[in-house]
Design a protein around this ligand. Structure first.
Ligand code: COA
Length: 352
């Protein structure tokens, strides 16, 4: 198929969340916080924490397997893993994930764009498919974000959770007028390095290596909450509108917004800015918190039953760097039986 005759189409999706549920009541026992503060300020009611033996790569393998099963495929040309919490500083985690999935010696690499990582990875996959350098790509967003948090920092610990989500992106002939089911539109990306330190782990890289004298706060994730909140609303609304415009869609007429799950108030403000009714803005953070690069593919997998073939969906992300991105997705045909690891039944409620 000549590359000019291709579309990049989403054919599979899946998610994995650790079994261990941590409720706001659990956090009340660990931190100076309340369920009332957390739920009204963030919308998060509970989140998942990976056990110490479970890595980002382990979760990525499970989500990747679910997406491959949903697509009904066992081979891809490339694996792209978005993560800020790789299994090791070196090498990237994607080659190990590809190996665990039995995908052979395909190209596999990580992408680091924090909470925007999945959109950056999706853009890489779409570009490869449209250029003809790949016909099928497994795109995973996975983060064990709790590994970066100061467990005593109530400002961050209450927000984030662990998890993984994945999609399969494939080439299809571009021979259908209108919205092809599964088609991904242009991926619009942006970054503003002048706000680099608004979301940051200060030590542990080459600028400030970890030493015995590293101040404890510099070891952990920090964010300028209010500045991030304001920027997230502005950037998410702007980039979502840009992506919809590139697809020729009136953003107000879109069926769903699946945005990075940072804060329910951010989602509500973005929905209002775009003129979307609240019930068209997918909210997954109440049960999973902010899972960084995993949040968009997890939300897609967990809410897939609400989507109908042909639904117009805008995906939008904002994160550290600062970075942002968005694209459009026409929801694919969903005739294949689900084997994906959907939202697990809630069982355990004990905090670690
Ligand atoms: N429980 C109880 N009180 C808390 C608290 C918690 N978990 N965390 C902070 N507070 C307190 C603060 O200490 C502060 O107290 P003070 O007024 O006595 O100083 C008060 O609540 C208000 O803090 P503030 O940080 O101004 O709250 P906020 O309304 O801005 O909400 C965030 C804080 C983090 C929830 C909000 O700023 C936010 O969601 N920002 C975006 C974060 C984000 O999305 N990051 C990821 C982007 S990829």
């Amino acid at each position: 198929m000549p590359s000019s005759d291709r579309r990049a189409v989403l054919t599979g999706w899946g998610a994995h969340a650790p079994a261990h549920v941590v409720t706001n009541a659990d956090l009340e026992r660990l931190l100076d916080t309340t369920d009332e503060w957390i739920s009204t300020r963030t919308g998060v009611c509970e989140r998942r924490w990976a056990d110490p033996a479970t890595s980002t790569g382990d979760m990525a393998v499970r989500a990747g397997r679910a997406a491959l099963d949903r697509a009904g495929v066992d081979h891809v040309d490339r694996v792209v893993l978005a993560t800020t919490t790789p299994d090791h500083p070196c090498p990237g985690t994607a080659p190990w994930v590809a190996h665990q999935l039995g995908l052979g010696d395909v190209g596999a690499h990580d992408v680091a764009a924090v909470c925007s990582g999945f959109l950056y990875a999706l853009g890489t996959a779409r570009d490869a498919v449209l250029a003809g350098s790949a016909t099928r790509v497994l795109v995973i967003g996975a983060d064990r974000f709790t590994s970066l948090l100061d467990p005593q920092d109530r400002g961050t610990t209450v927000i984030f959770g662990d998890g993984a989500g994945a999609v399969v992106v494939e080439a299809r002939p571009d021979d259908t007028p209108g919205d092809t089911p599964g088609a991904l539109g242009d991926v619009v990306l942006g970054a503003d390095g002048s706000t680099y330190d608004h979301i940051i782990v200060r030590a542990g890289g080459t600028r400030a290596p970890l030493t015995s004298s590293t101040p404890p706060p510099d070891r952990y994730f920090t964010m300028a909450g209010r500045e991030v909140f304001t920027a997230a609303v502005h950037r998410l609304a702007d980039v979502a509108a840009q992506a919809a415009g590139r697809a020729g869609w009136d953003v107000q007429q879109c069926d769903w917004l699946v945005a990075h799950q940072a804060n329910r108030r951010i989602l509500a403000a973005v929905g209002r800015a775009l003129g979307l009714p609240p019930d068209r803005v997918v909210c997954d953070l109440d049960r999973y918190g902010n899972t960084s690069a995993a949040s968009i593919p997890m939300a897609l997998a967990h809410h897939a039953d609400r989507f109908t073939t042909g639904d117009r969906i805008v995906l939008a992300a904002f994160g550290g760097g600062t970075t942002w991105g968005a694209t459009t997705l026409t929801w694919p045909a969903t005739t294949r039986p689900a084997t994906a690891d959907r939202a697990p039944t809630l069982t355990a409620t004990t905090a670690r």
